[in-house]
Design a protein around this ligand. Structure first.
Ligand code: IFM
Length: 482
């Protein structure tokens, strides 16, 4: 068989959802054996990740309310290709096909998000049973196919009525999120044991409330921004409390944050220490306050009059103990070197020629080593999940119909090698969720930026696994780098 023939057979098997076992069982030569020296720990959770607004579509079905993203997409010029999430991957109707695809990949867990406006169209108050029923169906389908459902409560689709009352600038939004989180934990907690709370507070606050590039499109002052972020970290702590109070006994919960990672420019003991210190400082109003239960003195002093207003009770809530920490990691945020001058590190300029993925993603696989290692050492976290990692690529089917996304495979191989370096050293990373299983609505980039390992033709909704899907399936089957 030709090389393209082999690739096509392997990818076709995946589409049918039967490939993984068949392919692994048909291994015949020693050359196809897993790398013994590149193994991940036994029981490592291999998964994929998505979010509701980016894939579901069906925005006006079964009583779903409006979210800030529905509103934002209608503002001319906000979305690069003028698109929206009205249909997206039509996952609301095609979830069975998508679960079959994931089964074909061999994934053990699926991280998706629950659309708050489907469950509470007004944000709070009357529940919409039909909205919740969708997640019942999805969870049951996943479990039937041997895939663990891992929901995230909030992936940016704030109900519009809450935005009309101030959104994250209003403290009440944190209370509303906690009510919603407690409700969902009570309803789904019989079949779900691992939940994530809010996804990437850093991004939705900075992009939505400072730069205006994401919904709701605001450009607040630093003082207002600090307060909005404070309400978001408060929501995380209150949600943890509400979920423990309403959930079932085995519930485990934690945040999914895109930690700002300072990577040592090169690995001397002084640079390593400096980078760890920089990471703690850079995350002061995010993971640091969530995991330490207080804003650092340095950060508060730097904010001066613009510091958020808060109470001791709020800090206690924000610091509510979590069961694990999810890290969304795409690359290093900064490279640092140790410095004699305060604060003990210097941030280095990134050269124009530094490798990038497409236009924005700085290629820096070592972030997948330093992020978890620093999280474990700074905050004594015992269970870490990589809740997102992946890359956009210029994916196009070739003449033979196959998407040869070798650049994505290069990206994943390099990043996973660094993750494996971490697990081999005993850093407690328990699982990895690849972003994303499907090409989807990439926020202000619309459909122009493809992150999936499965290609989606948005005109026909045809799903076609890319070459990276075969790569990832091999990694999962072997529990080792391929
Ligand atoms: O698509 C997003 C996701 O919603 C949040 N994390 C980053 C991804 C890629 O930009």
């Amino acid at each position: 068989m030709t090389a393209a023939g082999v690739t096509r057979r392997c990818l076709a098997a995946m589409t049918l959802g039967v490939g993984a076992t068949a392919l692994v069982a048909s291994r015949t030569s020693a050359a196809d054996e897993p790398h013994r020296d590149l193994q991940f720990p036994p029981g490592f959770t291999w998964g994929t990740a998505t979010s509701a607004y980016q894939i579901e579509g069906a925005v006006r079905e079964d009583g779903r309310g409006e979210s800030i993203w529905d509103t934002f997409c209608r503002v001319p010029g906000k979305i690069r290709d003028g698109s929206n999430g009205d249909v997206a991957c039509d996952h609301y109707h095609r979830f069975k096909e998508d679960v079959a695809l994931m089964k074909g990949l061999g994934v053990r867990a699926y991280r998706f998000s629950i659309a708050w406006p489907r469950v509470f169209p007004e944000g709070r108050g009357a529940v919409n049973p039909k909205g919740l029923a969708f997640y019942d169906r999805l969870i049951d389908e996943l479990l039937t196919n041997g895939i663990e459902p891992v929901p995230t409560l909030y992936h940016w689709d704030l109900p519009q009525p809450l935005q009309d009352r101030g959104g994250w600038e209003a403290r009440d939004t944190a209370l509303a999120l906690a009510d919603y989180a407690g409700f969902v934990a009570g309803k789904l907690g019989d079949r779900v044991s691992r939940f994530f709370t809010l996804n990437e507070i850093l991004t939705f606050i900075e992009e939505g409330y400072l730069r205006g590039r994401f919904a709701p499109g605001l450009t607040l002052t630093r003082r207002q921004l600090n307060q909005a972020r404070h309400h978001a970290v408060l929501a995380q702590g209150l949600a943890v409390q509400a979920m423990r109070a309403n959930g079932h006994g085995n519930l485990k919960v934690g945040p999914a944050e895109n930690i700002i990672i300072a990577v040592p420019a090169f690995e001397t003991p002084a640079n390593i220490k400096a980078a760890e210190r920089a990471t703690r400082d850079l995350n002061a109003p995010l993971l640091t306050v969530m995991l330490e239960g207080r804003y650092t003195d340095t950060w508060l002093a730097a904010q001066g009059e613009d510091a958020p207003r808060f109470t001791d009770d709020e800090l206690r809530a924000i610091g509510s103990p979590v069961d694990f920490v999810g890290l969304n990691i795409y690359g290093p945020s900064v490279y640092v070197q140790a410095s004699e001058a305060a604060p003990g590190y210097a941030t280095l300029p990134v050269p124009e020629t530094h490798p990038r993925m497409i236009h924005w993603l700085i290629f820096g696989p070592e972030a997948l080593y330093w992020g978890p290692r620093q999280t474990a050492s700074l905050w004594n976290v015992k269970d870490i999940y990589i809740t997102e990692n992946g890359t956009p690529a210029a994916d196009k089917p070739a003449a033979d119909g196959i998407v040869y996304d070798l650049d994505r495979i290069m990206f994943l191989r390099q990043y996973l090698a660094q993750l494996r370096r971490a697990t081999a050293e005993g850093v407690p990373v328990r699982g990895y969720f690849l972003w994303s299983v499907l090409d989807n609505f990439e926020w202000n980039e619309g459909y122009s930026s493809r992150f999936g390992i499965v290609h989606v033709d948005f005109k026909t909704q045809k799903r076609t696994p890319k070459l990276s899907a075969a790569f990832y399936r091999k990694v999962i089957a072997d529990n080792a780098l391929a």
